[in-house]
Design a protein. Structure first.
Length: 278
């Protein structure tokens, strides 16, 4: 995959853009801070609740609003960072009488054409990372994937992304949906497994901290090994005695039991596939 970034992109810092943020959640907060730090002008923050809009506006500047019909029409670009299912609902009112502006969304699984027929210039700026409001991240190391329906939209998404990240890639909507799916497995599902582990430990007064060295080593290994090569545990060899015992230990929680059994079977079958290919 070709990466777009070079030293001339630093010149973009001298060309600040006027931005309206649509959304005030985890991603919008971190993105807004990073864009502000690069000299861009945050004119306004929209959120469904004035409290959330005001909280982010206090940090990044601009005025807060919870009225989509009151969104400032003077921005160069409108960046939508809200839950995926709400994007198509908000686009018609947002784009109204601002059709010639640039509109970007930051969702992994929503196609770019959600703007089609509503705006002339539109695209995607998708930073692939997990975000929390009060946990600052270094955007420079975050891969950002951009798409645009025309040169103006693509260049806007690219310039903004390259201002904050050294890892900018063009990616179309179909490929981005698969990227997002892969990220759900690599991040969201993994974190849920941490939560299951934490629940099991807490019932026996064992602190979750004891898992951190194991978690860190597992994450470290996949920097140098393929995930399949890094896989260990009883499911690799399908140690039935251990698997049956641990499955029985989860009998009071059918959902966790199902996850355990499905994951064990998947690990075993994947490991067997690798063995057959060697």
């Amino acid at each position: 995959m070709k990466r777009y970034f070079n030293e001339t992109d630093k010149e973009n810092d001298a060309n600040p853009m006027k931005i309206v943020l649509i959304g005030a959640g985890n991603l919008a907060t971190n993105l807004g801070k990073s864009l502000l730090n690069k000299g861009h002008d945050i004119l306004q923050v929209y959120s469904r609740t004035m409290e959330n809009a005001a909280a982010l506006a206090d940090i990044v500047g601009g005025s807060p609003t919870n009225d989509i019909s009151n969104v400032n029409p003077e921005a160069d670009v409108y960046i939508i960072s809200i839950k995926d299912s709400a994007i198509s609902e908000i686009v018609p009112a947002l784009c109204k009488e601002k059709e010639e502006k640039v509109f970007l969304h930051t969702a992994g699984s929503v196609p770019m054409n959600v703007f089609e027929g509503m705006a002339l210039h539109y695209g995607v700026l998708y930073p692939m990372q997990t975000f929390t409001k009060n946990n600052p991240v270094d955007f420079n190391g975050i891969p950002c994937f951009v798409e645009g329906n025309d040169d103006m939209a693509f260049e806007t998404a690219y310039n903004l992304a390259s201002n904050i990240s050294s890892h900018v890639y063009p990616l179309d909507s179909k490929a981005r949906k698969n990227l997002h799916l892969a990220a759900v497995f690599a991040c969201n599902f993994v974190n849920h497994c941490y939560e299951i582990s934490s629940e099991i430990l807490s019932k026996h007064n064992i602190p979750f901290d004891v898992m951190l060295p194991l978690i860190d080593e597992t994450a470290r290994k996949v920097h140098t090994l393929a995930p399949l090569e890094a896989q260990t545990g009883p499911a690799v060899r399908y140690d039935e005695n251990v698997i049956r015992m641990q499955s029985d230990m989860l009998k009071d929680n059918p959902m966790f039991k199902q996850i355990y059994e499905s994951m064990s079977l998947s690990i075993y079958r994947t490991s067997q596939k690798r063995g057959n290919e060697q």
